[in-house]
Design a protein around this ligand. Structure first.
Ligand code: ADP
Ligand code: MG
Length: 254
C-alpha cells in the first residue's frame, strides 16, 4: 500500500482459534481505498476465517481491526463488539460467499431490497429502483421477478453481488465467488467483479483464479499457516515469489 494514503481497512495481528485449533496466528493486512487485494494460499491456511473476521462474522481473540476509522480491539478477556457496532460495521463491509446464500423463497428483487429496507429503513420504492439499477449493472435486468431456483449458478452469484451492493458498502469481500460454478459460468461472474474494480470499489477477494488475480489486483497476499506470509504486486507475488511455500503453492498452477 502507498504509505501516504490513509487505509480504509486495517487488520493487525489477528488471532482466531476454534477450540484448540489456532487458525489465525497474527494475520495482518492494510488496504487503501480503491485497492483490490487478492488473497491466495492453500486450503486450510485461514483465508476464509481472515475474511470473516473483517466483517466480524467471526470475533477474533486478539489484534485489532480499523474500518473506515472505526476501531475494534480484541482480547481474550475483553468484551465482544456490541450489536450496534456490528450492524454499523456490516453495512460498510459487504460479503459474497462461495455458495450465494440467496433466500430461496424470495424473488430476485426481494432478495436485493431485503437488507436496505429491513436494516437501513430505505423506502421500498427507492430500494426497488436502486435494485433494478444494480440488476442492470450485473446484466440481469430481466430477472427481477424470478425465484433463485430458476437461475444458473453464475446468475445466482451475480444476484448475490447485486444484493451486497444494495447496502452501498465501502468495501466488498469475496470468498471464492466462482469456486462453486461450472467452468463456463466463471467468466460472467469475474466480469462483474472486474467492472466493480474498474469503478473503484475497494475489494478483498479470495480466489484460485490466478490469471484473474494478476489482472485485477493492486496487490496479492499469500496466506500460509494463519499469517500473511508474503504480500506485494501481482508481478512480485505471482512471478517473483520469495517465500518457499509460496513457490511450491504456485507450482501447482503450472
Ligand atoms: P481456507 O479458507 O484458507 O481454506 P479456513 O479459514 O476456511 O481456511 O479454515 C482454516 C482452518 O480453520 C481449517 O482447519 C478449518 O477446518 C478451520 N475452521 C474454519 N472455521 C471453523 C469453525 N467455524 N469451527 C471449527 N473450525 C473451523
Ligand atoms: Mg476458504
Amino acid at each position: 500500500m502507498n504509505g501516504q494514503q490513509r487505509p480504509i481497512l486495517v487488520a493487525e495481528g489477528i488471532h482466531k482459534s476454534f477450540g484448540n485449533l489456532h487458525v489465525l496466528k497474527g494475520a495482518s493486512l492494510k488496504v487503501a481505498p480503491g485497492e483490490v487485494v487478492t488473497l491466495i494460499g492453500a486450503s486450510g491456511s485461514g483465508k476464509s476465517t481472515f475474511l470473516r473476521c473483517m466483517n466480524l462474522l467471526e470475533t477474533p481473540q486478539d489484534g485489532f481491526l480499523e474500518i473506515n476509522g472505526r476501531r475494534f480491539g480484541f482480547s481474550q478477556t475483553g468484551a465482544p463488539p456490541r450489536d450496534r457496532e456490528l450492524v454499523a460495521l456490516r453495512r460498510d463491509v459487504g460479503m459474497v460467499f462461495q455458495h450465494f446464500n440467496l433466500f430461496p423463497h424470495m424473488k430476485v428483487i426481494d432478495n436485493i431490497i431485503e437488507g436496505p429496507v429491513q436494516a437501513k429503513g430505505i423506502p421500498i420504492g427507492e430500494a426497488r429502483e436502486h435494485a433494478l439499477d444494480l440488476l442492470s449493472k450485473v446484466g440481469l435486468a430481466d430477472k427481477a421477478d424470478v425465484f433463485p431456483s430458476k437461475l444458473s449458478g453464475g446468475q445466482k452469484q451475480r444476484v448475490a453481488i447485486a444484493r451486497a451492493l444494495a447496502m452501498k458498502p465501502d468495501i466488498m469481500l469475496f470468498d471464492e465467488p466462482t469456486s462453486a460454478l461450472d467452468p463456463e459460468l466463471v467468466g460472467e461472474v469475474l466480469g462483474v467483479i472486474s467492472d466493480l474494480a474498474r469503478d473503484g470499489m475497494t475489494m478483498i477477494l479470495v480466489t484460485h483464479e490466478m490469471g484473474f488475480a494478476a489482472d485485477v489486483s493492486t496487490r496479492v497476499g499469500f496466506m500460509n499457516n494463519g499469517v500473511m506470509a508474503e504480500i506485494g504486486t501481482p508481478d512480485e507475488i505471482l512471478h517473483h515469489p520469495k517465500n518457499e511455500r509460496l513457490r511450491s503453492f504456485l507450482n501447482r498452477f503450472h
